[in-house]
Design a binder for this molecule. Structure first.
Ligand code: MLT
Length: 405
């Protein structure tokens, strides 16, 4: 008889965003006439940049010719895209990363989830609390999280680093020694950013104890404050202790087109083995690469027109973030994030539990948010809103929330 991976059975309920979708669907069934505004899941709404579309069209035409046809591509990504990433996202910004250290993939979520494959099950894993659920659930699935304690809302073997208003939503280095450290800045869900000094402390810690930092910078394009690092590799010493995940999803609207990348420096080794070569081995076995057409589209993000068009879209979302942030503050809520970040993190009124406030906003304002408690125990008492909606819908959502508060 075949046996299942019982770690999956330990997972509580459903994936956060599936649970939200379920509640929204149930509400819509009961109230088909209500017009919902969705500021819940961080999914973009602006179309792909014209430069990207043009490049994709051209690539599609190529695929219809004998000379231009592409079958399986390199599992690591086409050289043209790896080179463009290395140059524009790193070297031009004075950061030492080469094309051979970049692995193109179909998403930062997949990479953040799959990276656990190359690490021993014995590693002690530290996560922020609140946290993007993928880091937690994938470690639970691979048996690194222990048991789920329903009452505490925590896994017994994970080290939770509370990110609360008391510490400006930045995690402190845990007293217990940890091996794998997930950091996400600009942060999902709180919208907090990390300074150079804060990241330097993590890098020094990781190098000292031999830990590896898994740095998710999917939202780096939203940083506008000068001096805030866009990459962990801006920090001296990071090449020997960090892996970075980046994505075209939020930067350039690729949530549907699917393209991202992971950076693993050549000198990053543990147990005398290169993590770059381990990940390469993993990808070559389990992944056949991102479609040629998509990679040509991603390459166009770095063309002069592409850069300009993408920047316009980012400005559009930043304006939404401002509208939400200022609107909620005017409504009397305590708000953080929304600067250098597409996420706004708001305290619920009168210490209302997150899911109750989520339901209230859904039913009374017809606005979909994300309950903070879904990101971990320290997210209780908060909700998250995203700046990825339409401009008018965002203004309307804020106005509706203000009316009911
Ligand atoms: C979110 O809403 O947190 C994001 O959509 C997560 C993701 O990009 O997978």
């Amino acid at each position: 008889m075949a046996h299942i991976n019982t770690n999956f059975v330990k997972l509580p309920g459903s994936y956060l965003f599936s649970e939200i979708a379920r509640r929204v669907e149930a509400y819509t069934q009961e109230n088909p006439d209500k017009k919902l505004i969705k500021l819940g899941i961080g999914d973009v709404t602006r179309p792909l940049a014209p430069a990207v579309i043009q490049a994709m069209h051209k690539a599609v035409e190529e695929m219809g010719t004998v000379q231009g046809f592409h079958g399986y591509g390199p599992e690591q990504g086409y050289e043209f895209l790896r080179e463009a990433i290395a140059r524009h996202d790193y070297q031009d910004r004075g950061v030492d990363i080469a094309a051979g250290e970049i692995f193109v993939s179909d998403g930062a979520k997949s990479d953040c989830g799959n990276i656990v494959d190359i690490f021993s099950v014995d590693n002690v894993v530290a996560v922020c609390d609140p946290v993007y659920p993928v880091y937690v659930d994938t470690n639970a699935m691979s048996g690194r999280a222990g048991e789920y304690d329903v009452r505490a809302g925590k896994w017994t073997e994970l080290v939770y680093m509370p990110c609360t208003s008391e510490n400006q939503f930045t995690p402190e280095i845990p007293s217990k020694k940890v091996d794998l450290i997930y950091l996400c800045f600009p942060n999902n869900p709180t919208g907090a950013v990390a300074t150079r000094e804060q990241l330097k402390a993590w890098v020094d810690y990781a190098n000292r104890v031999g830990a590896v930092i898994l740095f998710d910078s999917a939202y780096e394009a939203f940083i506008t404050t000068p001096g805030i690092p866009h990459s962990i590799f801006e920090i001296e010493g990071a090449r020997s202790c960090a892996v970075e995940f980046r994505s075209f999803s939020k930067t350039a609207g690729f949530t549907g087109a699917r393209c991202a990348y992971t950076v693993i420096p050549k000198e990053l080794e543990r147990d005398g083995v290169s993590l770059n070569s381990l990940w390469n081995r993993r990808q070559c076995t389990k992944f056949n690469g991102v479609p040629y057409v998509t990679q040509r589209g991603a390459e166009a993000v770095y063309s002069p027109e592409g850069k300009r068009q993408v920047e316009e879209t980012l400005a559009f979302y930043r304006e939404n973030a401002r509208v939400i942030r200022e609107g909620l503050v005017a409504a009397g809520l305590t708000v953080s994030g929304g600067v250098d970040s597409p996420y706004i993190w708001a305290k619920t009124p009168d210490q209302m539990p997150s899911w109750d406030f989520f339901d209230r906003l859904l039913r009374q304002a017809n606005v979909v948010t994300t309950p903070g408690a879904g990101f971990g125990p320290s997210g209780e008492g908060y909700i998250r809103l995203t700046a990825f909606g339409g401009a008018e819908a965002t203004r309307e959502a804020v106005a509706r929330i203000r009316t009911i508060l």
